[in-house]
Design a binder for this molecule. Structure first.
Ligand code: TYD
Length: 218
């Protein structure tokens, strides 16, 4: 099948799950140890995708249609795939991405009630069916996630962070559905643990999956 080469690992979870900091710390350590990979984030990761990200997250865009939002996420993802991910994966390299297609399934499909099947369709077009080999799911009760965000004093809240808890609960429930549906690629991390523990678990899982992959491609 097309684009089955390389190793693609995504990190997923609700806002405030500590996903991004655990991932950055784990990846910095792996880099120090000599591992070579690209760490990127969604929405964004290149000039065009960053511009699309700014439109989506702009607090002034209150009248943005939810289908427009879903298409913009898919467009940003497509650009990242075409410009960076596919060339690396086709060259049998390793890519780790902070959020990927499951964010759209959870946030737009479940959170915004657009339906996971509809969102899957537009995203299949965007990613040419290249799902991650592994998805690290940072599992945290959404209420705790929101509590963490608001207790971080002085943090700039974006439009999406301001949404109500009911939205985040739907996103979380969506992730739990995806975890069942895609159980063979989902790896759950208990994000209610301390930052150090979450980071260490992230590091260990990434190292194991990368080592397995490198042993196979040798
Ligand atoms: P960001 O500030 O990058 O948050 P985080 O550190 O939690 O990843 O903002 C990303 C926001 O965009 C986050 O609330 C999730 C949302 N999102 C979607 O709704 N759909 C998507 O497809 C993606 C990639 C993100």
């Amino acid at each position: 099948m097309l684009h089955e080469k390389g190793l693609l690992i995504s990190a997923e979870g609700c806002d405030g799950s500590g996903k991004s900091s655990a991932l950055e710390r784990a990846c910095a350590r792996l880099k120090q140890e000599g591992y070579s990979f690209l760490l990127t984030r969604e929405p964004g990761g290149n000039k065009i995708s960053e511009k699309i990200r700014n439109i989506i997250l702009d607090i002034d865009n209150k009248d943005e249609d939810i289908k427009t939002e879903a298409l913009l996420y898919a467009a940003s993802r497509r650009q990242l795939m075409a410009q960076q991910l596919f060339p690396l994966l086709d060259d049998n390299q390793i890519v780790i991405t902070d959020r990927f297609v499951d964010s759209s399934l959870a946030y737009q499909g479940y959170g915004r009630d657009l339906g996971a099947d509809e969102i899957l369709k537009i995203n299949m077009f965007a990613i040419d069916g290249r799902f991650p080999n592994w998805t690290l799911f940072f599992d945290l009760d959404p209420e705790e996630g929101l509590r963490r965000i608001s207790s971080k004093r002085g943090e700039k809240m974006d439009r999406l962070d301001n949404e109500k808890l009911s939205f985040h609960q739907k996103v979380y429930d969506g992730y739990k559905e995806l975890e069942k549906k895609y159980s063979s690629r989902y790896i759950s991390i208990d994000a209610s643990k301390s930052m150090d523990e979450v980071y260490l678990q992230t590091y260990k899982i990434l190292k194991e999956k990368i080592d397995d992959f490198l042993a196979k491609v040798k």
